[in-house]
Design a protein around this ligand. Structure first.
Ligand SMILES: [Fe+2]
Length: 473
């Protein structure tokens, strides 16, 4: 078995609560709290199946660290959503990103985004709002869960009034605590609506509304102290035309490279667009970071040549025989001049780099280190197979890799006593197909040397995102 083991479906018999995990190595005594991760874990059941990595049923995973005792416990549970309940009974009941429950019966696109059938399968990320925790995806239907038991607490039954599509990557300003995100509201005149709320997710205020005939697919965005930057890739949709079409959401977006990629720089204070320069077409899922430097915005992003990666994440491609696999993104830096309204771009490093993370207090600030997954070789192997630390000052990389293993998004946890940016550990769930299991890898973030590996004794499916939450004292 190879990396495709991570795309095999689990079921409820695979759920587990506080299973002891064997620790090989010594965990830092300050590592106390929970790594909570989200990702798809059921792609087929009882004759029903989905088409795309994004469409599998969400499972939450929790690695609990108890600090000085050095013990680790693992919990995994499916989110109990309407989409999940359907799948459990062998039916696709909600329109997913690339899977349609009702071909030719309803307008597929609008059945994804509008009542009564938007998907509530919140399989992409985890967000903390004050004392509550939410599993989130791109539809505006966050699902609240209990961070200790991972039990589902509340499933919304309708979309947010503000709009239908959002990003599972809100930014939190490390100084003000403000949480910023945007939604796309589809209609005769579609709009991006950028909003800010407090860290508990209330007192929401829309700070900018931008009309678009052809909204772009933007899975994340950039934010600095002063600006929000929407990078509009030319992967766009005509909501009105496709309302009566017969494609899924994924099929409805079109790659229009002639449009170029537009950087829309929005002032966080007054919502004004201060610049919107364009570059030749490229595509990305993930921004790495952005920050202000004088009148310039420096914006780092994990860039693909085009949006074909969306196609490459169909299960047919990832899990088929032979697998096509996914392409590699590279690290690019764009400098946006807010006075001249120009942009210049360069490749900072051509290493394969995805699922980028950095320390929370560097969000929107000048930074030195980012961490991600990558491929070892070029052309890339079918699936990312190493961890990469990128030095954004020296433009160098440090890697962790081990034969036939597949690490997840690396989450940086700072040493609370530390003074340097990379003083802390990296947590990544690594799939080891030959052992038919996974382990939670703990690396010293400085040199990516192994500190400990915590054997889960079962395969953990390939997931997307998560975060570490310190135990509150
Ligand atoms: Fe993401």
């Amino acid at each position: 078995m190879d990396y495709r083991l991570g795309f095999e479906s689990l079921d409820e018999s695979d759920e587990v609560v506080d299973a002891p995990v064997e620790v090989d190595g010594t965990l830092p005594d300050w590592l106390e709290g929970s790594l909570i991760r989200n990702g798809p874990a059921m792609y087929e059941n009882g004759g029903a199946s989905v088409n795309h990595w994004f469409d599998g049923m969400a499972m939450l995973h929790r690695f609990g660290f108890d600090g000085a005792e050095g013990e680790v416990k693992y919990t995994a549970r499916f989110l109990r959503t309407a989409a999940y309940e359907g799948m459990r009974e062998g039916e696709i009941r909600r329109s997913e990103f690339a899977t349609d429950p009702c071909a030719g019966v309803f307008g597929r696109f609008f059945s994804y985004f509008t009542a009564p059938e938007p998907t509530d399968n919140a399989s992409v990320n985890v967000v903390r709002k004050g004392d509550s925790f939410e599993a989130v995806t791109e539809t505006t239907m966050p699902v609240e869960f209990d961070p200790e038991t991972l039990e589902t607490v509340n499933v919304p039954d309708e979309l947010d009034d503000l709009g239908e599509l959002t990003t599972p990557h809100p930014h939190v300003d490390p100084e003000t605590g403000e949480r910023v995100n945007y939604v796309t509201r589809f209609g005769r005149k579609s709009e991006y609506r950028v909003y800010v709320e407090n860290d508990e997710g209330v007192d929401r205020e829309v700070i900018a509304e931008l009309e678009r005939d052809r909204p772009a697919y933007m899975h994340s965005f950039g934010m600095t102290r002063r600006y929000v930057v929407l990078v509009e890739f030319p992967f766009v949709v005509n909501p009105l035309r496709i309302r009566f079409g017969d494609g899924t959401v994924a099929e409805s977006y079109r790659w229009k490279p002639d449009r170029g990629t537009r950087f829309v720089v929005i002032d966080r204070e007054d919502g004004e667009v201060v610049a919107s320069p364009e570059e030749p077409a490229f595509f990305a899922f993930h921004h790495i970071n952005a920050y202000d430097e004088g009148e310039e915005v420096v914006l780092d992003i994990a860039a693909y040549e085009d949006a074909s990666v969306v196609e490459d994440l169909y299960l047919e491609s990832l899990h088929g025989e032979p697998p096509v696999g996914m392409p590699a993104a590279e690290i690019r830096r764009y400098r946006l001049d807010t006075e001249d309204e120009t942009v210049t771009g360069e490749t900072l490093h051509d290493t394969s780099f995805e699922l980028p993370r950095l320390r929370d207090d560097r969000e929107g600030r000048a930074y030195r280190y980012a961490y991600g997954v990558g491929h070892r070789n070029s052309p890339p192997e079918e699936f990312p197979n190493r961890l990469v630390k990128f030095d954004a000052v020296e433009h160098g990389t440090t890697v962790w890799e081990e034969d036939a293993t597949y690490p997840s998004e690396p989450v940086f946890v700072p040493n609370p006593e530390g003074t340097e940016e990379d003083e802390g550990v990296i947590l990544s769930v690594v799939l080891e197909p030959a052992e038919e299991s996974s382990f939670l890898l703990v690396l010293d973030a400085k040199g990516l040397e192994e500190v400990a590996r915590c054997r889960v004794d079962r395969p953990v499916p390939h997931g997307f995102h998560g975060d570490f939450y310190r135990r509150r004292v």
